[in-house]
Design a binder for this molecule. Structure first.
Ligand SMILES: [Fe+2]
Length: 184
């Protein structure tokens, strides 16, 4: 993902190889968090339709929380002796996912696309939690706390896409455009 940094020091009790991998995992989530809070704002500005105000206002607390996650992740990188990469160019260079693909669209279309965005972000957090089990439980604790919040936000999004039987309109969709079509 990102070029590996040589750490001159790290937190006591953590070996250098582990610390380097932890920094790499943190940097991956820092890029994801920075991408996500910008994407959520983009949706906040571009939703239209009858439920505009509800969705528009639902998103701002998510933006604030995810910006807070980015700050915590970045400061953890610095704490471990690394240098957090937070520029727009570094996100675009390193990310393994495509830019959010929906412009002005209805609330249901954006929420359906956000369902897929959250699926991607949360899956990688959970992979990180598993790997951190053998590397650093303190960083793992941060990942777990952030994942809990992200899963709650994901539910807020999905509740709009769910029918009385509990099925999601986006079930089986593999792209944002496909999800948006299924929900509109
Ligand atoms: Fe606003």
């Amino acid at each position: 993902m990102s070029t590996q940094q040589k750490l001159q020091y790290t937190t006591p009790g953590l070996d250098e190889t582990s610390a380097q991998r932890v920094v790499e995992l943190l940097q991956g989530r820092l890029h994801a968090a920075n991408d996500l809070h910008l994407t959520l704002k983009h949706v906040h500005w571009n939703v239209v339709g009858p439920h505009f105000i509800a969705v528009h206002e639902m998103l701002d607390p998510q933006v604030d929380a995810v910006r807070g996650f980015a700050d915590d992740l970045a400061e953890r990188i610095a704490t471990l002796g690394g240098s957090p990469q937070g520029t727009p160019g570094s996100i675009v260079d390193a990310r393994t996912w495509d830019d959010y693909s929906i412009g002005r669209a209805t609330t249901q279309e954006h929420l359906a696309a956000l369902d897929l965005v959250y699926q991607g972000v949360i899956t990688t957090y959970r992979d990180g939690i598993k790997e951190l089990d053998d590397l650093d439980l303190v960083t793992q604790d941060m990942f777990i706390a952030q994942t809990e919040q992200l899963e709650l936000f994901h539910w807020f999004v999905r509740a709009h896409l769910e029918d009385k039987g509990g099925s999601l309109a986006t079930q089986g969709a593999t792209t944002e455009a496909e999800a948006a079509r299924a929900a509109s």
